[in-house]
Design a protein around this ligand. Structure first.
Ligand SMILES: Nc1ncnc2c1ncn2[C@@H]1O[C@H](COP(=O)(O)OP(=O)(O)OP(=O)(O)O)[C@@H](O)[C@H]1O
Length: 310
């Protein structure tokens, strides 16, 4: 197995009567960004803590490059992680925080300056971390994770507190890290954050994996065979397409979702009847739609459980 691979298999963990993990299994491969997504309480943070050896699983295994994290001699050289960006000494400057960490790993000052530049913190690094915004704390945490140049990176909710510019920056940054051949595992409870960034998504709910798929396959499955048509003659278009065998719904004024006929056939029907349209394209689902299709069961369970306890 590559040094960069993060693998969990059959992880189970209970906290009293709560089953936080119920057979969690997946692999984050080198060279790709793997999104780790699920509703609150799905078990994402617990899984990451177990990978880092901060919590012990009741059963199952968690390996980094084929070995348990705790057995690694210089673990930061294998896996860089960011779990809680706010866990900082408020009086210590960002740079000193990194220098202290670098020293503990036998790394020099030069590397600290490099990672500070990489994450765009150069101007703020000599200020006390207590004054950092959450977005700046995330950047500092990312710098710490990258310090020993590890082949695998694991980040828990790194987009939290980032402004729109920071989000765009982080997406590009994580893509670059994966492009360098690293395994990048990123948790989020917002699927939309991963759009255009993740190659692969592991969707979890109630402590286990609901879907483990490439983003392309997930979107294709959720897109179905729908075609979106914008027209100023909705009534006539609905009639013509229905007569041709399609199932048509008007999703907004003048916007139709057509199922059962491919885009080419829809164009042929409309042109043959001289019906106007200003837009016509196969529907491409967003990652968010794909996610809601997949997790509706887990969310319903949660809503029911919340309702029952209140
Ligand atoms: N230390 C703990 N003691 C008791 N219960 C815990 C503990 N840590 C996690 N849990 C419970 O385990 C379950 C999974 O929690 P976890 O934090 O791993 O989920 P998550 O997917 O990371 O959620 P979020 O998106 O809210 O961070 C939840 O029901 C949570 O309440």
């Amino acid at each position: 197995m590559s040094d960069a691979t993060i693998e969990v298999a059959g992880l189970r963990k209970r906290y009293g009567s709560t089953a936080a993990l119920d057979g969690m299994s997946f692999t984050a491969e080198p060279g790709r960004v793997t999104g780790f997504v699920g509703p609150n309480g799905a078990g994402k943070s617990t899984t990451m803590r177990i990978i880092l050896g901060l919590h012990t699983a009741d059963s199952g295994r968690a390996l980094v490059g084929g070995r348990p994290y705790r057995s690694l001699r210089s673990p930061l050289r294998y896996l860089g992680a960011l779990l809680d960006a706010s866990a900082l000494h408020p009086a210590r400057t960002g740079r000193n925080h990194l220098l202290w960490l670098a020293r503990s790993q036998g790394l020099g000052r030069g590397r600290v300056d490099e990672v500070v530049e990489l994450v765009g913190l150069a101007s703020a690094s000599r200020r006390p971390a207590g004054g950092y915004s959450l977005g700046m704390q995330q950047r500092l945490g990312l710098a710490a994770a990258l310090l020993a140049d590890p082949p695998a990176i694991m980040l828990d909710e790194p987009f939290n507190g980032m402004d729109p510019e920071g989000i765009v920056w982080l997406r590009r940054f994580l893509r670059t890290l994966a492009g360098q051949g690293r395994a990048v595992l990123v948790s989020s409870h917002l699927m939309g954050e991963l759009q255009g960034m993740a190659d692969h998504v592991v969707v979890v709910g109630r402590g286990r994996v609901i879907a483990d798929s490439s983003v392309a396959d997930l979107i294709a499955a959720a897109s179905g065979d729908r075609v979106r048509v914008r027209t100023s003659a909705a009534g006539a278009v609905v009639a013509a397409l229905t007569a041709a065998g399609a199932d048509v719904t008007e999703t907004a004024a003048g916007v139709l979702s057509v199922r059962g006929l491919g885009a080419e056939r829809v164009v042929a029907v409309l042109t043959a009847r001289g019906l106007p349209f200003s837009e016509l394209a196969p529907h491409r689902a967003t990652l968010e739609e794909a996610y809601f299709d997949l997790t509706s069961d887990a969310v319903e369970y949660r809503a029911a459980a919340t309702g029952a306890s209140s």
